[in-house]
Write a protein that binds this ligand. Structure first.
Ligand code: CMP
Length: 435
């Protein structure tokens, strides 16, 4: 007996190596033991297709219908797409998807159940794939995969909405579905690389993907694991900034890409979709800030949430002055998104000192040294900054030595950088006033 997770990993490896018959036998063993595993059924069809067996079409069809009825519309769309790619007809599946999951569907909005995939930990018997396969292995596996849930009558009476898509009218949903590009990816494949430009976003139909960011030293910070129904890649699209994180497949995965064509197809509903995407982005930015910013590192998760609640959030338009050089330090700022420029007045105009981006902290120099602000900070693009009032910063700095050290090091580093830019002599260390 071997765990379902291990059997899937081995089957995926065999498939990737081109050993389609051996992979099919393992997926078939899963279907025999766990008929509700639609993912294994779909993979049986993939293996049969790779072996040139046209009988796979019947399985995609049966799995597609089962997925639609059991609350898994995106894997159903995968089945429809594969069928169409091989000359099959799948218009009925897509039409049912739109009717069941579009905003006008009566199945949405009630308390919904979903027939889940069996757990990876379940142990199942498997064949020894080193032994020759029985001559009817492919036909038997296809028949089993097609019939696995034929006797099942208890389908959920309501379904969960698909994020974003279920908010659309049937007409818009139909248009958007037709523009979504299916990508069937092996474990290890990258979907997004941090730092690259990006003009599309994605839905996960099946499998698991890891999201992580790297810091200045190249260290990875895991940010999230994504599964069926998750949306990702929306940040670069909305902010016109490079990709903020890398996303790669932890298992074999099916994802749908939505690019410019999808956005164009949305036309009159674009505003609502953009707003929903902004909601994802904001939650994620806050989560990432807590996972990556030295300001939040010393705290436990609950304390991080508490600290975050003390900040107020401000959306600033390009050209907005967030700090005026020479004013009293009002508090500490953190860039949640966007870009701001730091500059100092000089006899011949403003001298740029640097650019602040997502995760950067500013306003610390005046607070730590109890002097007036020494530079102006202006938004260059639409930005969101978080603000923490100086009284609260003083309390944290007094209570948490790690934060005090972090802010002092930041202020010192910036002071030295500024002196280099402005051509000033650095002050001797003992003349610097540190709290
Ligand atoms: P983008 O910056 O375009 O590319 C990387 C994507 O990773 C990003 O959009 C988000 O969709 C996704 N991402 C970043 N942080 C998180 C997170 N904390 N949770 C889930 N997804 C995230």
């Amino acid at each position: 007996m071997v765990s379902l997770g291990d059997v899937k990993r081995s089957a995926a490896t065999l498939y990737a190596q081109g050993q389609h018959l051996a992979a099919l036998r393992l997926y078939d063993a899963i279907v025999a033991a766990q008929p509700l595993d639609y993912d294994a059924r779909l993979r049986v069809a993939d293996c049969a297709l790779a072996l040139g067996d046209r009988g796979a079409a019947q399985v995609y069809r049966a799995v597609g219908w089962y997925c639609l009825k059991s609350g898994h519309p995106l894997p159903a769309l995968v089945c429809a797409r594969v069928l169409e790619a091989h000359g099959g007809e799948a218009g009925d599946l897509t039409a049912a998807l739109v009717a069941h999951y579009g905003s006008a569907s009566e199945l949405l909005g009630k308390v919904a159940a979903r027939i889940s995939l069996p757990a990876d930990e379940l142990a199942i018997p498997i064949p020894d794939v080193r032994q020759p396969a029985p001559p009817d292995a492919v036909a038997a596996a296809l028949a089993r995969a097609e019939q696995a849930t034929a006797a099942l009558e208890d389908f959920p009476e309501a379904v969960h909405a698909i994020p974003l898509l279920s908010a659309m009218s049937e007409a818009a949903l139909r248009r958007v579905l037709s523009t979504m590009l299916l990508k069937r990816l092996p474990a290890g494949a990258f979907v997004i690389r941090e730092g690259e430009p990006g003009t599309s976003f994605y839905f996960v139909a099946s499998g698991r993907l890891n999201v992580w960011a790297t810091d200045g030293l190249g260290r990875k910070t895991p940010l999230a694991e994504l599964g069926e129904g998750a949306v990702f890649g929306e940040m670069a699209l909305l902010s016109a900034q490079p990709r903020s994180a890398s996303v790669a497949c932890a298992t074999d995965a099916d994802v749908f890409e939505l690019g410019r064509a999808s956005l164009a197809a949305l036309a009159d509903e674009l505003g609502a979709v953009a707003e929903a995407l902004h909601g994802f982005t904001r939650e994620r930015l806050l989560g990432n800030l807590m996972a990556t910013s030295p300001l939040f590192k010393p705290f436990q998760r609950m304390q991080q949430r508490d600290l975050l609640r003390r900040f107020t959030s401000h959306d600033v338009a390009p050209g907005t002055v967030v700090i005026h050089e020479g004013e009293e330090g009002r508090g500490l700022f953190v860039v949640l998104s966007g870009e701001l420029e730091v500059s100092r007045r000089a006899s011949d105009g403003a001298v740029p000192l640097g650019v602040l981006r997502t995760g950067d902290v500013f306003g610390e120099m005046a607070l730590l040294r109890d002097v007036r602000t020494i530079a102006t900070v202006i938004a260059q693009r639409p930005a969101t900054v978080l603000f923490l009032a100086r009284e609260y910063v003083a309390r944290i700095v007094a209570a948490v030595p790690e934060i005090r050290k972090y802010l002092e090091a930041l202020a010192e580093e910036r002071e030295i950088d500024n002196q280099l830019v402005l051509g000033e002599e650095p002050a001797p260390a003992d003349e610097r006033i540190l709290i």
